[in-house]
Design a protein around this ligand. Structure first.
Ligand code: ZN
Length: 498
């Protein structure tokens, strides 16, 4: 009897996620796993001619804000079209629990959000398991959310009882399988936390393998102090560190990444498990209220020029989307600061795109071996979100690896598959090997490229032919099938693989 498979992809150029060069192979899938690799004989329900195409592990987006999108837009088509099969949610201190605090913070991104409540991170995971999303989801506990729930929005240190309450939230998340704790030290209320508070909370993770991921206090002219703080927290708490969206923001900070990378190298030499992630663009994106503070368009994201700050989404005034603060100020006959204040009046859910980085810095960070890829995409699907939401992985593969030769394609694949899977503790993911989960992306290495622009961000990338999530075909011929094969991914060291 011939072997029977669900899917057999023949004669494909296989990038296995380890960083090894491609090899020609057949890859057979059965029951959500990779069953055989090499010269495979047998029959399959679906047979795919892989000649001329590349097969890689599905991309792991280590930096997303898709906690609520995974519930509201469960098909997750906006991620799948870019080859993403796993999203790590809960970044920048914004977690999915406790529910009431999570809703307050989520409304800065989704002003119209209205969801039935869940109990803790375990309850959130159950919601995803009852109504599975199109991609796998791994979660981080959000420090900002925990702080808001335990002690309200105030700018003060926690009392002993409040610290105990925050620790209980972190523990509950870890019990529910969270991969780590995130902080967002430019946002309310995370920015009110002293380093010692973060050390104490991160210490709850010690020994679990879970990591501390941080949107640091300042990515502008105080970038180096911020990296030192992240490293200090990792050292003192005894936990791995992930520096989120590593960059130097604002012209006066350009070039500092040369030094921040050296700080990471030095900490690694001392034995700290510290890495970073990056999105491949010279523009960032965040909420306007984090950029415009105390009447000024400057600060923790560097010195920003009004022409460099562009409205991405605002529910009350969609006609402002795509326009810069400078242009809106001109139209209103006001100064840039007056215009920013007016835009925020009565509407805290305003997101912006910031054209604030140098191309040279982006390349310097990307080339460095400490860097993996994460989109930081903001799923405000109705406005003009930063095109990184869709294009991040195709852009690294097509533009930076293939067209610019920044690194070989197998290295680019490693930075978005095997490397993040190892860092975040995702067992049998991020690699194509027998027995691994069948998260796969089939793409044309000669065609793959991002297409979205700041004016037209919703264009999906080109060259992605098929995507499988746990063996379920979610993209066929470049289009979403609507099939949802995602699972909640819990820490490998605590739980048996899903
Ligand atoms: Zn962030």
């Amino acid at each position: 009897m011939p072997a029977r498979f669900d899917t057999l992809i023949r004669e494909v150029s296989l990038y296995d996620g380890s960083g090894a060069p491609a090899r020609l192979a057949d890859v057979a899938l059965r029951a959500g796993r990779i069953e055989a690799i090499g010269a495979v004989t047998g029959v399959a329900r679906e047979s795919v001619d892989g000649s001329g195409l590349a097969l890689a592990p599905g991309f792991i987006d280590v930096h997303t804000h898709d906690d609520f999108a995974a519930v509201m837009h469960a098909d997750m088509a906006f991620k799948l079209v870019g080859g993403v099969t796993t999203c790590i949610v809960g970044n920048c201190g914004f977690g999915a629990a406790p529910f009431a605090a999570a809703m307050v913070m989520a409304k800065t991104l989704h002003p119209k959000l209205d969801l039935p409540p869940w109990e803790g991170y375990a309850g959130y995971a159950r919601v995803l398991e009852r109504n599975p999303p199109g991609v796998n989801v791994g979660l981080l506990v959000g420090h900002g959310t925990a702080r808001l729930a335990a002690m309200g929005p105030g700018n003060r240190p926690p009392s002993g009882a409040e610290m105990t309450a925050m620790k209980a939230i972190v523990s509950e998340g870890l019990e529910a399988g969270a991969l780590g704790l995130s902080s967002g030290l430019v946002y309310d209320p995370g920015r009110f936390a002293a380093t010692e508070e973060l050390i104490e909370l991160a210490s709850v993770l010690r020994g679990s393998g879970a990591l501390y991921a941080t949107h640091m206090r300042d990515e502008g002219s105080r970038l180096l102090e911020s990296v030192r703080e992240a490293i200090r927290i990792g050292d003192a708490a005894g936990v791995p560190v992930q520096i989120s969206h590593h960059k130097a923001s604002g012209r006066t900070a350009w070039g500092l990444v040369g030094e921040s990378l050296k700080l990471i190298e030095a900490a690694q030499r001392r034995g700290l498990d510290v890495h970073a992630d990056q999105y491949p663009y010279t523009a960032g994106s965040t909420i306007l209220s984090a950029v415009f503070r105390d009447g000024k368009l400057r600060g923790v994201l560097g010195d920003l020029r009004p022409e460099d700050v562009v409205i991405a989404s605002t529910a009350r005034h969609p006609e402002w989307e795509g326009k810069s603060i400078a242009a809106l100020a001109g139209a209103m006959g006001r100064t840039a600061e007056e215009a920013a204040a007016r835009i925020l009046t009565g509407d805290s859910g305003v997101t912006v795109v910031l054209h604030a980085m140098s191309e040279e810095d982006v390349r310097t960070v990307m080339r460095h071996p400490s860097t993996m890829i994460g989109s930081d995409g903001i799923p405000t699907l109705e406005g003009k979100p930063h095109p990184r939401l869709y294009g991040t992985f195709a852009r690294v593969l097509g533009r930076y690896a293939r067209d610019e030769g920044l690194f070989p394609l197998e290295e680019a694949v490693f930075r978005m598959t095997g490397f993040p899977a190892a860092k975040f503790g995702l067992r049998d993911r991020g690699v194509v090997k027998e027995g691994a989960h069948a998260d796969l992306v089939l793409f044309d290495p000669h065609r793959i490229i991002d297409r979205g622009t700041f004016d037209e961000p919703h264009l999906p990338p080109d060259g992605i032919e098929a995507v499988y999530v746990n063996g379920v075909k979610a993209i066929a011929g470049g289009r979403p099938t609507g099939a949802r094969g995602g699972r909640v991914l819990r820490r490998a060291s605590m739980h048996a693989p899903a």
